[in-house]
Design a protein around this ligand. Structure first.
Ligand code: USQ
Length: 382
Protein backbone atom coordinates (compact mmCIF):
# COMPACT_ATOMS: atom_id res chain seq x y z
CA UNK A 1 0.00 0.00 0.00
CA UNK A 2 0.93 3.62 -0.39
CA UNK A 3 0.75 5.14 3.09
CA UNK A 4 1.27 8.72 4.26
CA UNK A 5 2.15 9.33 7.92
CA UNK A 6 1.34 12.90 8.99
CA UNK A 7 3.41 13.79 12.07
CA UNK A 8 6.08 11.27 11.04
CA UNK A 9 8.71 12.71 13.39
CA UNK A 10 6.60 12.21 16.53
CA UNK A 11 6.76 9.77 19.44
CA UNK A 12 4.35 7.48 17.56
CA UNK A 13 4.69 8.78 14.00
CA UNK A 14 8.31 7.71 13.55
CA UNK A 15 7.86 4.13 14.88
CA UNK A 16 4.71 3.87 12.71
CA UNK A 17 6.62 4.96 9.59
CA UNK A 18 9.34 2.34 10.27
CA UNK A 19 6.73 -0.33 10.99
CA UNK A 20 4.92 0.10 7.67
CA UNK A 21 8.17 0.39 5.69
CA UNK A 22 9.45 -2.82 7.32
CA UNK A 23 6.18 -4.54 6.36
CA UNK A 24 6.86 -3.73 2.70
CA UNK A 25 4.59 -0.72 2.18
CA UNK A 26 5.58 2.51 0.43
CA UNK A 27 5.77 5.17 3.14
CA UNK A 28 5.87 8.98 3.11
CA UNK A 29 6.56 10.68 6.46
CA UNK A 30 5.57 14.35 6.80
CA UNK A 31 6.43 16.71 9.65
CA UNK A 32 7.17 20.39 10.34
CA UNK A 33 9.09 19.78 13.63
CA UNK A 34 6.45 21.61 15.67
CA UNK A 35 6.97 19.37 18.71
CA UNK A 36 10.75 19.86 18.57
CA UNK A 37 10.24 23.64 18.39
CA UNK A 38 7.78 23.73 21.30
CA UNK A 39 10.02 21.42 23.34
CA UNK A 40 12.96 23.77 22.80
CA UNK A 41 10.90 26.84 23.72
CA UNK A 42 9.53 25.26 26.91
CA UNK A 43 12.73 23.49 28.03
CA UNK A 44 11.03 20.11 27.54
CA UNK A 45 13.40 18.23 25.29
CA UNK A 46 13.43 14.45 25.06
CA UNK A 47 15.75 12.39 27.25
CA UNK A 48 17.78 10.87 24.42
CA UNK A 49 18.72 13.31 21.63
CA UNK A 50 17.10 12.14 18.39
CA UNK A 51 18.37 12.78 14.87
CA UNK A 52 16.09 14.80 12.60
CA UNK A 53 13.58 13.03 10.37
CA UNK A 54 15.76 12.98 7.24
CA UNK A 55 18.68 11.57 9.26
CA UNK A 56 16.45 8.97 10.89
CA UNK A 57 15.22 7.85 7.47
CA UNK A 58 18.84 7.66 6.28
CA UNK A 59 19.96 5.55 9.30
CA UNK A 60 16.92 3.32 8.80
CA UNK A 61 17.80 2.79 5.14
CA UNK A 62 21.45 2.06 5.99
CA UNK A 63 20.46 -0.53 8.60
CA UNK A 64 17.48 -2.18 6.86
CA UNK A 65 17.66 -1.27 3.17
CA UNK A 66 14.08 0.01 3.45
CA UNK A 67 12.90 3.43 2.28
CA UNK A 68 10.90 6.11 4.05
CA UNK A 69 10.32 9.21 1.92
CA UNK A 70 10.53 12.41 3.99
CA UNK A 71 8.63 15.66 3.38
CA UNK A 72 9.19 18.59 5.72
CA UNK A 73 6.31 21.08 5.61
CA UNK A 74 3.44 22.41 7.67
CA UNK A 75 0.24 20.43 7.05
CA UNK A 76 -1.64 23.66 7.70
CA UNK A 77 -0.37 24.74 4.28
CA UNK A 78 -3.14 23.35 2.06
CA UNK A 79 -1.20 23.74 -1.16
CA UNK A 80 1.61 21.53 0.12
CA UNK A 81 -0.88 18.95 1.41
CA UNK A 82 -2.81 19.02 -1.83
CA UNK A 83 0.39 18.63 -3.89
CA UNK A 84 1.48 15.65 -1.75
CA UNK A 85 -1.85 13.84 -2.09
CA UNK A 86 -1.96 14.52 -5.83
CA UNK A 87 1.57 13.13 -6.22
CA UNK A 88 1.21 10.11 -3.93
CA UNK A 89 -2.50 9.21 -4.24
CA UNK A 90 -2.30 7.16 -1.04
CA UNK A 91 -4.37 4.11 -0.11
CA UNK A 92 -4.21 5.11 3.56
CA UNK A 93 -3.12 8.10 5.64
CA UNK A 94 -2.33 7.97 9.36
CA UNK A 95 -2.92 11.37 10.95
CA UNK A 96 -0.79 12.15 14.02
CA UNK A 97 0.06 15.73 12.99
CA UNK A 98 -1.36 17.48 16.04
CA UNK A 99 -0.04 19.43 18.99
CA UNK A 100 -0.32 16.46 21.41
CA UNK A 101 0.23 17.99 24.86
CA UNK A 102 -2.69 18.71 27.20
CA UNK A 103 -0.55 20.87 29.56
CA UNK A 104 0.84 22.94 26.66
CA UNK A 105 -2.69 23.66 25.42
CA UNK A 106 -3.60 24.99 28.90
CA UNK A 107 -0.53 27.22 29.30
CA UNK A 108 -2.04 30.49 28.01
CA UNK A 109 -3.68 32.21 25.06
CA UNK A 110 -0.89 31.73 22.52
CA UNK A 111 -0.51 28.03 23.27
CA UNK A 112 -4.28 27.47 23.23
CA UNK A 113 -4.59 29.34 19.92
CA UNK A 114 -1.75 27.38 18.34
CA UNK A 115 -3.23 24.05 19.49
CA UNK A 116 -6.70 24.89 18.18
CA UNK A 117 -5.52 26.33 14.85
CA UNK A 118 -3.00 23.58 14.19
CA UNK A 119 -5.12 20.59 15.13
CA UNK A 120 -8.37 21.57 13.47
CA UNK A 121 -6.61 23.16 10.49
CA UNK A 122 -4.59 20.04 9.69
CA UNK A 123 -7.61 17.75 9.94
CA UNK A 124 -9.58 20.07 7.66
CA UNK A 125 -6.75 20.24 5.09
CA UNK A 126 -6.37 16.47 5.19
CA UNK A 127 -10.08 16.00 4.50
CA UNK A 128 -9.92 18.31 1.47
CA UNK A 129 -6.68 16.82 0.13
CA UNK A 130 -8.35 13.39 0.27
CA UNK A 131 -11.59 14.63 -1.31
CA UNK A 132 -9.69 16.24 -4.18
CA UNK A 133 -7.02 13.68 -4.98
CA UNK A 134 -7.66 10.34 -3.25
CA UNK A 135 -11.35 9.98 -2.34
CA UNK A 136 -10.97 6.22 -1.76
CA UNK A 137 -8.12 6.77 0.73
CA UNK A 138 -8.78 5.39 4.23
CA UNK A 139 -8.11 8.05 6.88
CA UNK A 140 -6.79 6.65 10.16
CA UNK A 141 -7.08 9.45 12.67
CA UNK A 142 -5.48 9.37 16.10
CA UNK A 143 -8.06 10.56 18.58
CA UNK A 144 -7.91 10.05 22.32
CA UNK A 145 -9.81 8.29 25.10
CA UNK A 146 -9.74 11.71 26.77
CA UNK A 147 -12.48 12.81 24.36
CA UNK A 148 -14.98 10.92 26.52
CA UNK A 149 -13.76 12.34 29.83
CA UNK A 150 -14.75 10.37 32.93
CA UNK A 151 -18.54 9.90 32.79
CA UNK A 152 -20.42 8.10 35.55
CA UNK A 153 -21.65 5.46 33.08
CA UNK A 154 -19.83 2.89 30.93
CA UNK A 155 -17.89 4.35 27.98
CA UNK A 156 -19.00 2.66 24.77
CA UNK A 157 -16.87 2.25 21.66
CA UNK A 158 -17.61 5.53 19.90
CA UNK A 159 -21.37 5.22 19.59
CA UNK A 160 -24.36 4.95 21.92
CA UNK A 161 -27.99 4.02 21.29
CA UNK A 162 -30.41 6.31 23.05
CA UNK A 163 -34.10 5.77 23.67
CA UNK A 164 -35.93 9.07 24.06
CA UNK A 165 -39.69 9.44 24.47
CA UNK A 166 -40.28 6.00 23.03
CA UNK A 167 -38.01 6.36 19.96
CA UNK A 168 -34.45 5.08 19.44
CA UNK A 169 -31.44 6.39 17.52
CA UNK A 170 -27.64 5.97 17.47
CA UNK A 171 -25.30 8.89 18.22
CA UNK A 172 -21.65 9.56 18.79
CA UNK A 173 -21.02 8.81 22.48
CA UNK A 174 -21.17 12.11 24.47
CA UNK A 175 -17.82 13.85 24.74
CA UNK A 176 -16.57 15.96 27.71
CA UNK A 177 -12.83 16.53 27.40
CA UNK A 178 -10.65 17.84 30.24
CA UNK A 179 -8.17 20.04 28.34
CA UNK A 180 -8.20 22.21 25.24
CA UNK A 181 -5.94 19.69 23.50
CA UNK A 182 -8.44 16.89 24.18
CA UNK A 183 -11.25 19.21 23.02
CA UNK A 184 -9.55 19.70 19.64
CA UNK A 185 -9.76 15.92 19.21
CA UNK A 186 -13.52 16.10 19.90
CA UNK A 187 -13.78 18.79 17.21
CA UNK A 188 -11.76 16.60 14.82
CA UNK A 189 -14.18 13.73 15.35
CA UNK A 190 -17.17 15.98 14.61
CA UNK A 191 -15.50 17.37 11.50
CA UNK A 192 -14.69 13.90 10.19
CA UNK A 193 -18.19 12.62 10.97
CA UNK A 194 -19.67 15.53 8.99
CA UNK A 195 -17.54 14.73 5.92
CA UNK A 196 -18.21 11.00 6.27
CA UNK A 197 -21.97 11.63 6.32
CA UNK A 198 -22.12 14.15 3.51
CA UNK A 199 -19.16 13.26 1.28
CA UNK A 200 -18.73 9.51 1.87
CA UNK A 201 -15.20 9.56 3.29
CA UNK A 202 -13.87 6.37 4.90
CA UNK A 203 -12.48 7.04 8.37
CA UNK A 204 -11.24 5.11 11.40
CA UNK A 205 -11.00 7.28 14.54
CA UNK A 206 -8.76 5.63 17.12
CA UNK A 207 -9.53 6.69 20.71
CA UNK A 208 -6.12 6.05 22.19
CA UNK A 209 -5.10 6.12 25.87
CA UNK A 210 -1.69 7.24 27.17
CA UNK A 211 1.10 5.22 25.51
CA UNK A 212 4.32 4.04 27.20
CA UNK A 213 7.47 2.41 25.94
CA UNK A 214 10.47 2.82 23.71
CA UNK A 215 11.14 -0.49 22.11
CA UNK A 216 9.64 -1.66 18.83
CA UNK A 217 10.93 -4.30 16.40
CA UNK A 218 12.61 -1.52 14.42
CA UNK A 219 13.81 0.83 17.18
CA UNK A 220 15.74 -2.02 18.80
CA UNK A 221 17.94 -2.34 15.67
CA UNK A 222 19.85 0.86 16.45
CA UNK A 223 19.58 3.40 19.26
CA UNK A 224 19.44 6.20 16.67
CA UNK A 225 16.03 4.83 15.64
CA UNK A 226 14.45 5.18 19.11
CA UNK A 227 11.25 7.23 19.47
CA UNK A 228 11.46 10.61 21.25
CA UNK A 229 11.21 9.77 24.94
CA UNK A 230 9.83 12.69 26.95
CA UNK A 231 9.74 12.82 30.75
CA UNK A 232 8.98 16.54 31.19
CA UNK A 233 5.60 17.85 32.40
CA UNK A 234 4.63 19.07 28.90
CA UNK A 235 5.20 16.11 26.56
CA UNK A 236 5.95 13.28 29.00
CA UNK A 237 3.09 10.88 29.70
CA UNK A 238 2.54 9.44 33.18
CA UNK A 239 4.35 6.08 32.86
CA UNK A 240 7.37 7.41 30.96
CA UNK A 241 7.67 10.23 33.52
CA UNK A 242 7.48 7.87 36.49
CA UNK A 243 10.23 5.67 35.06
CA UNK A 244 12.62 8.61 34.69
CA UNK A 245 11.69 9.91 38.16
CA UNK A 246 12.45 6.47 39.62
CA UNK A 247 15.91 6.53 38.02
CA UNK A 248 16.58 10.18 38.97
CA UNK A 249 15.68 9.54 42.64
CA UNK A 250 12.77 12.02 42.46
CA UNK A 251 9.59 10.85 44.26
CA UNK A 252 6.97 9.80 41.68
CA UNK A 253 4.70 12.77 40.98
CA UNK A 254 1.17 11.47 41.59
CA UNK A 255 -1.21 14.38 40.97
CA UNK A 256 -3.85 14.76 43.68
CA UNK A 257 -5.38 11.63 45.20
CA UNK A 258 -4.17 9.46 42.31
CA UNK A 259 -7.49 7.71 41.65
CA UNK A 260 -7.54 9.09 38.06
CA UNK A 261 -8.07 6.02 35.87
CA UNK A 262 -7.12 5.80 32.19
CA UNK A 263 -6.65 3.08 29.57
CA UNK A 264 -2.93 2.55 28.84
CA UNK A 265 -1.06 0.72 26.10
CA UNK A 266 2.43 -0.30 25.11
CA UNK A 267 3.91 1.48 22.06
CA UNK A 268 4.14 -1.94 20.37
CA UNK A 269 0.36 -2.21 20.66
CA UNK A 270 -0.11 1.25 19.11
CA UNK A 271 1.71 -0.11 16.04
CA UNK A 272 -0.41 -3.27 16.02
CA UNK A 273 -3.64 -1.25 16.32
CA UNK A 274 -2.76 1.19 13.55
CA UNK A 275 -1.70 -1.74 11.35
CA UNK A 276 -5.00 -3.55 12.03
CA UNK A 277 -6.92 -0.40 11.15
CA UNK A 278 -4.99 0.03 7.87
CA UNK A 279 -5.31 -3.66 6.95
CA UNK A 280 -9.07 -3.66 7.58
CA UNK A 281 -10.39 -0.56 5.79
CA UNK A 282 -13.96 0.62 6.31
CA UNK A 283 -16.40 1.09 3.41
CA UNK A 284 -17.00 4.58 2.00
CA UNK A 285 -19.40 6.58 4.16
CA UNK A 286 -18.41 4.88 7.43
CA UNK A 287 -16.85 6.38 10.56
CA UNK A 288 -15.47 3.51 12.62
CA UNK A 289 -14.48 4.40 16.18
CA UNK A 290 -12.18 2.03 18.09
CA UNK A 291 -11.14 2.46 21.72
CA UNK A 292 -7.38 1.89 21.71
CA UNK A 293 -5.97 0.76 25.05
CA UNK A 294 -5.19 -2.60 26.61
CA UNK A 295 -5.26 -2.12 30.42
CA UNK A 296 -6.96 0.24 32.87
CA UNK A 297 -4.90 1.68 35.75
CA UNK A 298 -5.29 4.46 38.28
CA UNK A 299 -2.27 6.75 38.71
CA UNK A 300 -1.73 5.18 42.15
CA UNK A 301 -1.59 1.71 40.58
CA UNK A 302 0.93 2.93 37.99
CA UNK A 303 3.12 4.44 40.68
CA UNK A 304 2.96 1.20 42.68
CA UNK A 305 4.02 -0.84 39.64
CA UNK A 306 6.93 1.45 38.80
CA UNK A 307 7.99 1.46 42.45
CA UNK A 308 7.95 -2.35 42.56
CA UNK A 309 9.97 -2.68 39.33
CA UNK A 310 12.41 0.03 40.47
CA UNK A 311 12.90 -1.42 43.93
CA UNK A 312 13.67 -4.81 42.33
CA UNK A 313 16.55 -3.05 40.51
CA UNK A 314 17.74 -1.49 43.79
CA UNK A 315 16.45 2.03 43.08
CA UNK A 316 14.58 2.82 46.35
CA UNK A 317 11.59 4.51 44.66
CA UNK A 318 9.45 6.98 46.65
CA UNK A 319 5.95 8.22 45.76
CA UNK A 320 4.59 11.70 46.56
CA UNK A 321 1.07 13.08 46.12
CA UNK A 322 1.37 16.62 44.72
CA UNK A 323 -1.43 19.21 44.62
CA UNK A 324 -3.09 18.45 41.27
CA UNK A 325 -2.12 21.05 38.63
CA UNK A 326 -5.06 19.87 36.47
CA UNK A 327 -8.82 20.10 36.89
CA UNK A 328 -9.97 16.49 36.77
CA UNK A 329 -11.84 13.96 38.91
CA UNK A 330 -9.40 12.21 41.24
CA UNK A 331 -11.82 9.45 42.24
CA UNK A 332 -14.38 8.33 39.72
CA UNK A 333 -16.18 5.49 37.99
CA UNK A 334 -14.39 4.27 34.85
CA UNK A 335 -15.42 1.37 32.70
CA UNK A 336 -14.53 1.70 29.01
CA UNK A 337 -15.30 -0.90 26.33
CA UNK A 338 -12.57 -1.94 23.90
CA UNK A 339 -13.53 -5.00 21.91
CA UNK A 340 -13.17 -3.71 18.32
CA UNK A 341 -9.39 -4.01 18.04
CA UNK A 342 -9.32 -7.37 19.80
CA UNK A 343 -11.90 -8.62 17.27
CA UNK A 344 -9.59 -7.44 14.49
CA UNK A 345 -6.77 -9.52 16.05
CA UNK A 346 -4.91 -7.34 18.59
CA UNK A 347 -2.59 -9.37 20.84
CA UNK A 348 -1.91 -7.05 23.79
CA UNK A 349 1.45 -6.66 25.52
CA UNK A 350 0.77 -6.30 29.26
CA UNK A 351 2.58 -3.84 31.53
CA UNK A 352 4.57 -6.55 33.30
CA UNK A 353 7.40 -6.00 35.74
CA UNK A 354 9.78 -7.22 33.01
CA UNK A 355 8.52 -4.58 30.56
CA UNK A 356 8.95 -1.81 33.16
CA UNK A 357 12.30 -3.21 34.20
CA UNK A 358 13.61 -3.17 30.59
CA UNK A 359 12.52 0.44 30.23
CA UNK A 360 14.13 1.37 33.54
CA UNK A 361 17.40 -0.17 32.34
CA UNK A 362 17.30 1.92 29.14
CA UNK A 363 16.67 5.07 31.19
CA UNK A 364 19.45 4.12 33.60
CA UNK A 365 21.91 4.02 30.68
CA UNK A 366 21.00 7.66 29.99
CA UNK A 367 20.70 8.79 33.59
CA UNK A 368 23.33 11.51 33.13
CA UNK A 369 21.04 13.26 30.62
CA UNK A 370 18.11 13.69 33.02
CA UNK A 371 17.37 17.35 33.78
CA UNK A 372 15.43 17.21 37.05
CA UNK A 373 14.17 20.79 36.51
CA UNK A 374 11.85 19.45 33.78
CA UNK A 375 10.03 17.05 36.10
CA UNK A 376 7.74 19.10 38.38
CA UNK A 377 4.47 20.39 36.84
CA UNK A 378 4.93 23.92 35.48
CA UNK A 379 1.43 24.43 34.01
CA UNK A 380 -1.75 24.83 36.07
CA UNK A 381 -5.19 24.42 34.53
CA UNK A 382 -6.46 27.73 35.94
N1 USQ B 1 -0.49 12.36 35.96
C1 USQ B 1 0.03 12.30 37.25
N2 USQ B 1 1.35 12.62 37.38
C2 USQ B 1 2.15 12.97 36.35
C3 USQ B 1 1.61 13.03 35.06
C4 USQ B 1 0.29 12.71 34.89
O1 USQ B 1 -0.66 11.97 38.21
O2 USQ B 1 3.32 13.26 36.59
C5 USQ B 1 -1.90 12.00 35.75
C6 USQ B 1 -2.71 13.10 35.05
O3 USQ B 1 -3.20 14.05 35.98
C7 USQ B 1 -3.81 12.28 34.36
C8 USQ B 1 -3.11 10.95 34.05
O4 USQ B 1 -1.95 10.90 34.87
O5 USQ B 1 -4.85 12.02 35.26
C9 USQ B 1 -2.69 10.81 32.60
O6 USQ B 1 -1.88 11.91 32.26
P1 USQ B 1 -0.84 11.87 31.05
O7 USQ B 1 -0.01 13.10 31.14
O8 USQ B 1 -0.15 10.56 31.00
O9 USQ B 1 -1.82 11.87 29.81
P2 USQ B 1 -2.68 13.05 29.12
O10 USQ B 1 -2.28 14.42 29.55
O11 USQ B 1 -4.12 12.70 29.26
O12 USQ B 1 -2.27 12.96 27.60
C10 USQ B 1 -1.57 11.85 27.04
C11 USQ B 1 -0.95 12.28 25.73
C12 USQ B 1 -2.07 12.69 24.77
C13 USQ B 1 -3.04 11.53 24.62
C14 USQ B 1 -3.58 11.13 25.98
C15 USQ B 1 -4.49 9.93 25.96
O13 USQ B 1 -0.06 13.37 25.95
O14 USQ B 1 -1.49 13.06 23.52
O15 USQ B 1 -4.13 11.89 23.79
O16 USQ B 1 -2.48 10.78 26.83
S1 USQ B 1 -5.79 10.06 27.14
O17 USQ B 1 -5.22 10.37 28.45
O18 USQ B 1 -6.51 8.80 27.18
O19 USQ B 1 -6.66 11.14 26.73
Amino acid sequence: MRIIILGGDGYLGWPTAMHFAAAGHQVWAVDNYLRRKVALETDSEALIPTPNLAERARFFRERTNQEIAVDIFDCNDFHRMSELFERVRPDAVVHYAEQPSAPYSMRGFDEARLTLANNIGVTFNLIWAVLRHAPQCHIIKLGTMGEYGTPNIDIEEGWIEIEHKGRRDKFLYPRAAGSLYHTTKVLDTDLLWFYVRLYGLRVTDLMQGPVYGLETDQSRIDERLLPNFHYDDIFGTAVNRFLVQAVAGVPLTVYGKGGQTRGYLNIRDTLQCVDLAVSNPVPAGELRVLNQFTELFSVNELAARVREAGDALGLDVQVRNLPNPRKEKEEHYYNAQSTGLQELGLKPHAMTREVLSDMLKTVMRHKALIETGRIMPRVRWN
